[in-house]
Write a protein that binds this ligand. Sequence first.
Ligand code: FEO
Length: 396
Amino acid sequence: MIVREIKPNVYSLSAIDWDRKIFDELVPLPEGTSYNAYVVKGSEKTALIDTVHPSMTADFIKALKSLGLERLDYIVSNHAEPDHSGSIPAVLAEYPEAKVLANVKCRSLLKSSLNLPAEVLTLIQDNQVLSLGDKSLRFMWVPWVHWPDTTATYIQEDRLLFSCDFLGAHLATSDLYANDEARVERAALTYYAEIMMTYRPNVIKTLKRLEELDIGMIAASHGPVYARPEFILSLYRRWSADQTRPEVIIPYLSMYESTAKMVAYLVDRLMEKGLSVQPYNVVDLDTGRYASSLVEASTIVFASPTVLDGPHPAMASAAYLTNALRPKTRYAAIIGSYGWGPTMPESLTALLPMLKVDWLPPVNIGGTPKAEDFAALDRLAADIQKANTATSTAVD
Ligand code: FEO
């Protein structure tokens, strides 16, 4: 791990996890990730902003010691999740004089997850300013842009924002800065979809709050540093805005090809109408790609055969994920095929209470699709086109 200066006397210590394939046994990491900590050396005091994942503690301590710090006054814990707080005990072992600064929620989480003694923890308040001498840190509590404790820390003199998970990207790269914007955008989109989308109202609130600041650089806790903050801020504004794009996402699976035939037919009809369509087979779902596609899509069509009166378990799992991610999608429909019982659409809808959508009429058929079933799919395609045309008009 190397130490790189991003502002005078402000250093990035980024633990690059090239090999990590999955986060929380849930989020695929096709391009790895990084856990970013930062050292701020003021003329009088020195602060460490966050630490790294516990698995990378040894390298992190070596990098920290390479700075030759005589003392470390503060460890600012922006967020208690272990990927950023996990090395705090090892840092305290090296620098026992350091105080761990955390808001009330973060303090409680740190106590429970790291067993830190109460005397090392110092409470910080929202908007509190802490002087390090020629630099000062302002702490802004921005809850629920991942966890309830999330804090952003701003160096006023350097116009530098440590944004915590907010605005981050799971991306292992040797680039210190987000110079390859196309690549970073893809990683940041997936990160937004998986981590932030469910908290969209809080994303909007946090973006609004950051307007108070004059931001010249953003250093998030994952991924490269943004030397051009407007790049990531404008993406977040777009992703979190109410507007959707006329895109149809179709999570589907099929057991005897009947549902597959219905999906193929519907995809063709939607394409004929000029709509963008993306089917995803949920049996081996790439959850990162799927979640990313939900960020701006206007419409979801769930396509499932019936198993024991409900959706196939793989579809139930995809529906559970979709519901948890709370995309801003406006329209949804259900299609599928059953053997003897037609109750699947009701069971599947019950798994999706967080989707605030207009439900279009389902097309749930017995056995293989026949002429009248294809006609019903024609009507669904027309309904989807009509809804999306109405949306575009409303947005314009
Ligand atoms: Fe990167 Fe919420 O931790």
